[in-house]
Design a protein around this ligand. Structure first.
Ligand code: PMP
Length: 404
């Protein structure tokens, strides 16, 4: 059992009223709130040892560098990478995918080749592939899904061909909550020697991730969804692949030696980290990961599963409400529609009661098209959410439905 009272006290933002009501924050798939320890870590850096990393010959720079590299080690452990050389620090999931598209993609995708993604991708795992494929005269192919929001594995198998250069697929859908069987997809891809990128933006906050067990070639995630700061994220890549990849951005940090005639590049992971990085936020990410580890990922998963089940059951009793995304395996993300009430209006009416949900296409327009809808309302739960908060949301929705 989690000590929810204590956990909620760890997140100062939760203790406030919005529009005259206690805040009920159910937009965690967009970004999670930050515990006080993470905010403190940011403050401590700027107040105590703000300094540039990897090149300092003084005490503050040494401390900043040590703490910065401690985060890399914490990330390695968090996802069970085999070495810190495999952990590239980025601005977030989006930058990490663009990095792979612009390096691995530009190097390996040729005219006539194909990249396979799925119908339930976030725009950040669609557009970079479209851009590189357009540049190269290659094609993006799409794994279809069933009406529950699950990838149809047999159809995916049919898409694989000798032209397939990469498969990039989301671990957990930010709209449907579906947990994809990525191990099975990776196994199938590897039978054909095709590398796989896993978009972990929505899996990293919810359950334990082991990149070695999964055997993915790349795994990407964002700090701000795992209780860490924004503007910070991770690209994991298998060492052998990263070593073959050309650099992404050019500049300081990523070089070994520069002359006007020729530049040699730094070793992993620095080859992919040009310029002064996001030092403070990187340091605070370790604090966030420590916080998650302290509560325990399995405990978080169990609590969120309970919230998912509880909310799903309560939604069954709301007239005209339909859940979009009914996969067998889901995380605590629920998209829904209420017949006769536009999601945007529903969101506004809940906001008037201090209840924050998300409405719209959730950066997944092709998925909306698949379901023949423009958008959904979405409630998504994190470690600090409670059944009482779900009760409040459900009661408010009942009242709204009765009124319309
Ligand atoms: N993929 C998925 C599944 C997401 O949910 C998100 C964020 N909503 C992203 C990618 C992009 O993450 P970021 O904006 O942090 O780069």
């Amino acid at each position: 059992m989690l000590d929810l009272e204590k956990i909620r006290k760890d997140f100062p933002i939760l203790n406030q009223e919005v529009n005259g009501f206690p805040l009920i924050y159910l937009d965690n798939a967009a970004t999670s709130q930050k515990p006080q320890v993470v905010i403190d870590a940011l403050n401590e850096y700027y107040i105590g040892y703000n300094s540039n990393v990897h090149r300092g010959a003084h005490t503050l720079a040494d401390k900043a560098t040590g703490k910065f590299e401690d985060t890399r080690t914490a990330v390695k452990e968090f996802i069970n990478a085999s070495s810190t050389e495999e952990v590239i620090l980025t601005k977030g999931t989006t930058e990490a995918i663009n990095l792979v598209a612009n390096t691995y993609g530009r190097q390996n995708i040729k005219e006539g080749d194909e990249v396979i993604i799925s119908t339930m991708e976030h725009h950040s795992n669609i557009v970079p592939w479209q851009m590189i494929c357009e540049e190269k005269g290659a094609k993006v192919k799409v794994m279809p899904i069933n009406d529950n929001g699950e990838i149809i594995f047999e159809e995916f198998q049919k898409l694989i061909s000798p032209k397939t250069k990469l498969i990039s697929v989301v671990h957990v859908s930010n709209v449907l909550g579906t947990i994809n069987d990525v191990e099975k997809i990776i196994e199938e891809a590897h039978r054909h020697n095709i590398p796989v990128l896993i978009d972990g933006a929505q899996s990293s906050p919810h359950f334990n991730v082991d990149v070695q067990k999964m055997d993915c070639d790349f795994y990407v995630f964002s700090s701000h969804k795992v209780y860490g700061p924004t503007g910070m994220g991770v690209l994991y890549g298998k060492k052998a692949i990263l070593e073959e990849m050309p650099p992404f951005l050019g500049g300081g940090e990523m070089i070994k030696e520069v002359t006007f005639e020729k530049t040699t590049f730094n070793d992993l992971p620095f080859k992919f980290e040009a310029g002064t990085p996001n030092i403070g936020d990187t340091i605070a990410l370790k604090t966030a990961l420590d916080y998650v580890n302290e509560i325990g990922k399995d405990n978080i998963a169990r609590h969120e599963e309970e919230l998912l089940e509880y909310c799903t059951a309560a939604f069954q009793d709301i007239k005209r409400l339909k859940i979009i995304g009914t996969a067998k395996k889901k995380v605590s993300v629920i998209s829904f529609l209420i017949d006769g009430i536009h999601p945007f209006d529903l969101g506004m009416m809940l906001d008037a009661k201090g209840i924050a949900i998300r409405t719209g296409h959730h950066c997944a327009q092709p998925l909306m098209n698949r379901f023949g809808i423009d958008g959904t309302a979405r409630a998504s739960f994190a470690v600090y959410n409670t059944k009482e908060e779900i009760d409040q949301m459900v009661e408010s929705i009942h009242k709204i439905v009765a009124r319309f």
